[in-house]
Design a binder for this molecule. Structure first.
Ligand SMILES: Cc1ncc(COP(=O)(O)O)c(C=O)c1O
Length: 455
């Protein structure tokens, strides 16, 4: 019996691994076994574990000013400095930043900022948000309504209708292309579908389109070249804002400052960030909007007496101090360049598995990737359930590697950005062992529907 209600867990299958400590890219369980943390926790521990500078930054800030809120006229230097540093990095016009504690609350905040803004500029009808199928934007009531994964909505009576969430196509060429369709034709079809959706719904009712530049929880989907260019052209035509959910892609994950930079997204109007903002040493998120949105809200907030939204821990000084130090280390040690170089090595090594009988697709960019396991390599037919992915995750664990099965049977890689080529090679070796064992399992259980001996 446990008193913990575990998040995103099968309540009948809990407590499989109990971690006791971490160091660099490694974590150790309470039996002393060592694992390479191939998922950087939950796509977040960019600088690995036990970084002494981050520990010192937190300690110093706790000693100096352990708490200060930002409500009603109060402020502190670290929040101001962090917002300034972020604004200077973001590929946006004059970014203004609202701090929170998680990616979910950053996305909630964005919806509220959009609503507040549209009311302020006299466009109260323009509030619907377009989100994509199989996207992940978090789990609060509003963020889970944006999320396009049924498991995050079923049994919770979501999405909430009043939010007016519309669905666009997921940009996954391998899964969703029509027979014989080229990548270019696929992108054109998705852009056409988006335009039809906008016209059907009435562009005057749609505020924004939200996208993860590269998805994480839905299986690390990297859209084909030209996708964002086409999508942004459609959105511009109808005066619909582009909202980049950078909770995973932000801060070097794709080898660039932000996912938007790597994926050819031009000047997002809104950006949501969390996770690697503090390398996950403390919870902190940032919802950034372009300056003109913020300016447009001044009168309305003055008339109401207050902009009625804020968390106790918005701009928590200790979290801000850790985030500031994290950004300083990213810059000083050229961590994003390291991620780009190590990313090329990871992608090259992973491509060696393309011929493996269990692997349908290898995909990724920078230091994020996935290997999708399929029942039939020739046709790409998926497994009927997630048993093979779950088994592969367990076999990786047995081999001393932590990976995560996402979207059923895709094994996600997202190691700390400080990983070395030698550590990547070690990870690949462990992955290869686990993959062969999982193939034996799938064969023994008769789960393969194609010929597993042909690549
Ligand atoms: C793209 C994206 N947005 C939002 C979230 C939600 O963040 P959190 O779990 O911190 O609420 C996540 C979490 O993985 C994410 O991947």
């Amino acid at each position: 019996m446990t008193h913990v209600i575990y998040p995103t867990t099968n309540f009948k299958d809990i407590e499989q691994i109990n971690l006791a400590r971490g160091e660099g890219v490694y974590v150790y369980d309470n039996q002393g076994n060592r694992y390479i943390e191939g998922m950087a926790g939950l796509w977040c521990t960019a600088l690995g574990y036990g970084n002494p500078e981050l520990i010192e930054a937190a300690t110093r800030q706790m000693e100096q000013l352990s708490f200060c809120h930002l409500f009603g006229g109060k402020t502190h230097e670290v929040a101001i400095e962090l917002a300034d540093s972020l604004a200077a990095m973001l590929p946006m016009d004059d970014a203004r930043i609202f701090f929170g504690n998680s990616g979910s609350d950053a996305n909630d905040t964005q919806i509220k900022l959009i609503r507040y803004y549209m009311n302020a500029i006299g466009k109260p009808e323009k509030k619907k948000i377009i989100a994509r199928d199989r996207s992940y934007h978090g789990v609060s009531i509003a963020a889970a309504s944006l999320t396009g994964l049924p498991v995050m909505q079923n049994h919770f009576d979501l999405p909430v209708d009043v939010l007016g969430v519309l669905r666009a196509d997921s940009p996954h060429y391998y899964r969703d292309a029509e027979p014989g369709e080229s990548e270019q034709d696929f992108v054109d079809r998705l852009a056409d579908n988006l335009e039809q959706l906008i016209q059907r719904e009435d562009p005057e009712t749609i505020a924004a389109f939200i996208a993860e530049p590269v998805t994480g929880a839905s299986g690390v989907i990297v859209p084909p070249p030209g996708y964002y260019e086409k999508i942004q052209a459609v959105l511009k035509k109808y005066d619909i804002m582009f909202w980049s959910d950078e909770v995973i892609c932000g801060f070097g994950r794709l080898g660039t400052d932000f996912g938007a930079n790597a994926m050819g997204i031009e000047k997002p109007d809104l950006m949501s960030m969390a996770k690697q903002l503090s390398s996950a040493y403390l919870p902190i998120s940032a919802a950034a909007i372009k300056g003109e949105m913020h300016e447009a809200m001044y009168e309305q907030s003055a008339a109401s007496g207050v902009f009625g939204h804020g968390y106790t821990y918005s701009g928590h000084p200790v979290a801000c101090a850790v985030a500031l130090k994290t950004l300083e280390i990213y810059r000083r040690d050229q961590v994003f360049d390291n991620a780009a170089a190590r990313g090329r090595h990871l992608q090259a090594r992973l491509s060696e598995f393309r011929e493996h009988p269990l692997v349908g697709e290898i995909r990724g960019i920078g230091l994020i990737a996935a290997a999708e396991l399929v029942a039939d390599k020739q046709t790409g037919q998926a497994f009927a359930d997630g048993r093979v992915g779950a088994r592969m995750q367990l076999e990786c664990q047995n081999a001393g590697l932590i990976l995560r099965a996402v979207a059923g049977n895709s094994l996600a890689f997202c190691p700390p950005l400080i990983i070395t080529d030698a550590q990547i090679d070690d990870m690949i070796e462990r992955f290869a062992t686990a993959l062969d064992k999982t193939l034996e399992f799938a064969q023994a259980e008769n789960l393969l529907s194609g010929r597993s001996d042909v690549a």
